[in-house]
Design a protein around this ligand. Structure first.
Ligand SMILES: C[S@@+](CC[C@H](N)C(=O)[O-])C[C@H]1O[C@@H](n2cnc3c(N)ncnc32)[C@H](O)[C@@H]1O
Length: 197
């Protein structure tokens, strides 16, 4: 992953406070980071907003972030855009942290965070209820998820930070400058949107 961080990245080193979510205070490092399909790297606040705007998130939407990290995308969707949400994350410490952030942000009644493998087929029932799905994963993980995502109901919007879906062309792509991006020559993020038909 471009911008990949060391597996033992201490939570809170890459957080932004601009959205008032109060992220990254006093958290422990992920205990299972070495076995993750994707390392924990946060989407910067302004990129989070751009992803939610690209998907047109609003009241009435139910958003699922697959690999939800510290919960920022789900919490921002609820706090700034009035959506409900579910974060699915395999690292228990991150789920605990996300729940605390949701309380701090005043949206604990509208969001849930669950310790679950995003490849768990039991998740399909939740995915079927979502109107927006967000991803900040890796190219091969996106491709493994692709058949499950393509089976979702028409109108479902999928937004992926940085990585595409192979030959499944996005409906829109937005490029956002990210001067603070740690790795790679391009200091930008690509955000891809697919709307199921
Ligand atoms: C690049 S981070 C993105 C975090 C958050 N979505 C964001 O954009 O700020 C990817 C997240 O996926 C989680 N993850 C990796 N493999 C996973 C799996 N198999 N199931 C669920 N979560 C996973 C990692 O722990 C990490 O928090």
């Amino acid at each position: 992953m471009r911008g990949a961080a060391p597996a033992g990245l201490k939570l809170g080193t890459a957080v932004g406070l601009g959205l008032g979510v109060g992220l990254g205070v006093g958290a422990a490092a992920p205990s299972r980071a070495e076995s993750l399909d994707v390392p924990f790297i946060t989407t910067p606040d302004h990129v989070t907003l751009a992803m939610l705007e690209l998907a047109g998130v609003g009241r009435g939407d139910h958003l699922i972030d697959l690999g939800s990290g510290d919960g920022r995308i789900v919490i921002t969707a609820a706090r700034r855009f009035g959506a409900t949400g579910l974060g699915v994350e395999i690292v228990p410490d991150l789920v605990e942290l996300s729940r605390r952030h949701a309380v701090q942000a005043g949206v604990a009644d509208r969001v849930q965070f669950r310790v679950q493998d995003l490849f768990d087929p039991a998740l399909d029932a939740d995915l079927a209820r979502a109107s927006v799905i967000t991803l900040y994963l890796l190219p091969d993980v996106n491709l493994r998820l692709r058949p499950r995502l393509q089976a979702l109901r028409p109108g479902t919007r999928i937004v992926s930070h940085d990585w595409d879906m192979g030959d499944w062309m996005p409906d829109r792509t937005r490029v956002v400058e990210v001067p603070e991006k740690a790795v790679g020559r391009e200091k930008l993020s690509r955000l891809h949107l697919w709307t199921l038909r």
